[in-house]
Design a protein around this ligand. Structure first.
Ligand code: ADP
Ligand code: ZN
Ligand code: ZN
Length: 720
């Protein structure tokens, strides 16, 4: 007899759904979260399909788990991601599924109130509790104990005695609904036109992807808030994706000024019960606006009506472990599946998005000017070939004078160097030993505040030794090159009475503290900010009128095909921090190669020139978006094993016309976390079905043995 069969996808690294028999009387729908036996355990999974079939030998679905059903659109999205990235389907599901922790449910808010019977044994403490509870009001246990000036234990004792009874309290709403009519920003004419264009596009039958391009400070945020308002007005949900750190208090306050309440936020810091409640409320359509890091793209929105990707060019959108996906690109896919418009906002769009505009796939909305007639900062190069800097110092005389002038006027200066720590390399003066990570092929970076040498790839930390570990010489270690901590030392020596702060991802105290410091900078509590890319982006510091770039050339020489683009974007962003307030700003860019196309375009303020040139270079080289790339990293604990497997893979690559397979070659980072790495690079013409080719190739590859691993990265952003 035919039985009902459920194909259940389990959120583990498995590529197929497993079949289970549906017991009689169990009503199941596709998308339901169920419990099923797997090996000797019970696990949660999602019903990916239901069909009739012979269920005789199959294990049975154990039961249904109370969790939001995953909609057909959500399942389609997860399937698509797995197809595109070649990740196992179960791994894609793991990003989109949260199973409420049943133990946590029990700690729902409970209140207590007087039940009647007095305790057999009365004490002064109990007496106080009873007196307060006599008003019959339901209070949290801790509130009652606090009001009576007793410990929670006294209240517990009275619950045990039956004097107090517990009452379930209604949960506070997980997020309040933004009010589109709360605050009104008077938009400039240009902003108004842009906002109207976007709002009109939202009503189209097939809403487009829109590239919202405008220089830093042109009001992109104000403009896309109007799109968010429209989504809320029409009762749909809006998602604002941001690079994690951009979720500052400043952004949340601006949102609140426009909508009356802060948006719900979703990032790695949202945990536990709150995370579960948000997930459920988003699935129920109760949360209208979510501002989140890339993982917010995988929430089960009931009715997603708009996706904003702020700072769309940001590399932070690429996830480089587990499922290798790019949140900007996947946002475009999700928008298509949900029939929702997608707005990509940036002052320095990716070449990919610009080319998509040229190809007519994305619409272009531009904000050419800074708001309020503010001018763009004046940018000048400091030619290090002509201007000598004393040995062991990194600020040129020109930059020092500029900082003096700026802080002397009560304004702020930013010294930008995209290098964490004190010095990127430490060596011994006596024996020339270089301090290297034992697990990776990379130098250890001195962090002087922590008195440690740190590996930035695996996190290995060792105390900075007093004597050289190689030759035993005392006080022989010399730092080579600068990191932000070293610049801070120089700034403190040059400007002893000024208030300096160093900001990098090493900042102690976590995100909350960092947000507080960013707010303090905005409020003018510091004169000189020394920072990495962490301070380069998104923030608005009204008093900042000078940006000094200490080494504009870092990054230009790496083998990364996006090196020029990245450097250009980073320098545009960081120089764009200057002059966002009332006063005009300027930037000084220290460089050894002022004629390099990236630096020249930056100084001239002519971004178009850079984009045209870079697009031409990519097209000639057949690099993305004119061709496609995938990077395959083969790693193993033994170098020979990794190399042998990579070679065996190359032997069966059999590239058809239009496909080139390069390698294997030792990866630039040949060793990470004790694993040796070899890389194969696949380069194809744009029309080639890269995924189909990769799947075919993988099916011909020899079986993976031992601890060898193959990781596939479609559209790689990192070439280490
Ligand atoms: P972008 O996102 O393009 O960098 P923002 O939206 O952050 O620009 O705007 C830059 C600054 O200008 C912010 O301080 C913002 O409050 C202000 N601003 C922009 N547009 C307006 C407007 N129409 N009215 C008032 N202030 C505005
Ligand atoms: Zn030595
Ligand atoms: Zn390391």
């Amino acid at each position: 007899m035919a039985a009902k069969i459920a194909d259940v996808l389990i959120p583990l690294a498995l590529d197929t759904a497993y079949s289970y028999a549906v017991p009689d009387g169990l009503a199941l729908e596709e998308g339901d979260v169920v419990q099923v036996p797997l090996a000797n355990r019970e696990v949660a999974g999602v019903v990916w399909g239901l069909r009739e079939g012979q269920g005789g030998n199959l294990k049975k679905v154990t039961g249904v788990i109370e969790a939001p059903n995953l909609s057909p659109k959500m399942r389609k999205f997860l399937d698509w991601i797995a197809w595109y990235t070649l990740a196992p389907k179960g791994s894609a599901l793991a990003m989109g599924l949260k199973i409420p922790d049943p133990d946590r449910q029990e700690v729902a808010r409970v209140g207590v109130r007087l039940a009647g019977a007095l305790p057999k044994r009365m004490t002064p403490a109990r007496q106080k509790v009873v007196e307060i509870a006599q008003d019959g009001i339901v209070r949290l246990k801790s509130e009652l104990a606090h009001a009576a000036g007793v410990s929670n234990g006294v209240v517990d004792g009275l619950i045990d005695e039956g004097t107090l009874e517990t009452v379930a309290l209604l949960a506070e709403p997980v997020a309040e609904t933004p009010d589109p009519a709360f605050g009104h920003t008077a938009l400039s004419d240009g902003q108004k036109t842009a906002a109207e264009e976007i709002v009109a596009a939202m009503a189209e039958e097939h809403p487009p992807v829109i590239l919202l391009e405008g220089v830093t400070g042109s009001g992109k945020t104000e403009v896309y808030f109007e799109a968010v308002a429209e989504a809320v007005r029409t009762g749909r949900q809006a998602l604002i994706l941001m690079p994690e750190i951009a979720l500052t208090a400043q952004f949340l306050d601006r949102f609140a000024a426009r909508f009356g309440v802060k948006p719900a936020t979703w990032h790695s810091g949202v945990t536990g019960r709150r995370r579960e409640r948000l997930y459920t409320a988003i699935a129920a359509g109760e949360v209208k606006v979510v501002a989140g890091a890339r993982s917010a793209l995988f929430l089960p929105y009931a009715d997603l009506g708009l996706i904003i990707v702020d700072e769309e060019h940001e590399t932070a959108y690429k996830q480089d472990d587990g499922v290798h996906y790019h949140a900007r690109d996947m946002a475009v896919v999700r928008g298509k599946i949900e029939n929702a418009p997608v707005v990509l906002a940036s002052a320095t769009p990716s070449i990919e998005s610009r080319v998509n505009v040229e190809r007519g796939r994305y619409r272009h909305v531009k904000l050419p000017e800074r708001f309020g007639g503010r001018s763009m900062p004046q940018i000048r190069a400091v030619d290090l070939r002509k201007e000598a800097i004393p040995k062991g110092r990194w600020l040129s005389p020109t930059l020092v004078t500029a900082v003096e002038d700026t802080v002397g006027r009560g304004e702020q200066a930013l010294l930008f160097l995209n290098r964490r720590g004190y010095a990127p390399l430490t060596l011994c003066r006596a024996c020339a030993h270089r301090y290297e990570c034992p697990n990776c092929s990379s130098w250890l970076v001195e962090h002087r505040f922590r008195r440690s040498l740190v590996c930035h790839h695996c996190g290995h930390v060792e105390r900075t030794p007093h004597a050289c570990i190689e030759c035993g010489s005392v006080d022989s270690l010399v730092p080579c090159g600068p990191g932000v901590e070293r610049i801070a030392e120089e700034a403190a020596a040059l400007f002893p009475d000024k208030r300096c702060i160093v900001l990098s991802s090493d900042f102690p105290g976590g995100t909350e503290r960092l947000r507080a410091e960013l707010a303090a900078i905005a409020a003018g509590e510091f004169d000189i900010v020394i920072g990495t890319q962490l301070v380069a982006k998104g923030h608005n510091f009204p008093l900042m009128t000078l940006v000094g770039v200490l080494d504009a050339d870092i990054g230009l020489t790496s083998g990364d095909p996006r090196a020029a683009e990245r450097t250009f974007q980073m320098l545009q962003q960081v120089t764009g921090r200057a002059g966002r307030g009332e006063k005009p700003g300027r930037a000084l860019v220290q460089t050894w190669q002022p004629d390099h196309p990236v630096i020249a375009a930056l100084i001239s303020g002519d971004a178009e020139r850079f984009y045209e040139e870079e697009t031409r270079v990519r097209e000639m080289a057949g690099l993305p978006p004119f061709g496609r790339l995938a990077s395959l990293i083969v790693s193993a604990a033994e170098r020979e094993a990794a190399e042998a497997h990579a070679r065996a893979m190359a032997l069966v690559a059999e590239p058809p016309p239009g496909v080139t397979v390069l390698g294997p070659a030792e990866a630039p980072l040949a060793l990470i976390r004790g694993r040796y790495r070899f890389r194969l690079l696949v380069k194809t013409e744009r029309e080639v079905d890269l995924q189909a080719y990769l799947r075919g190739w993988m099916s011909r590859c020899p079986k993976i043995r031992g601890n060898t691993r193959v990781s596939i990265d479609v559209d790689p952003q990192s070439f280490l």
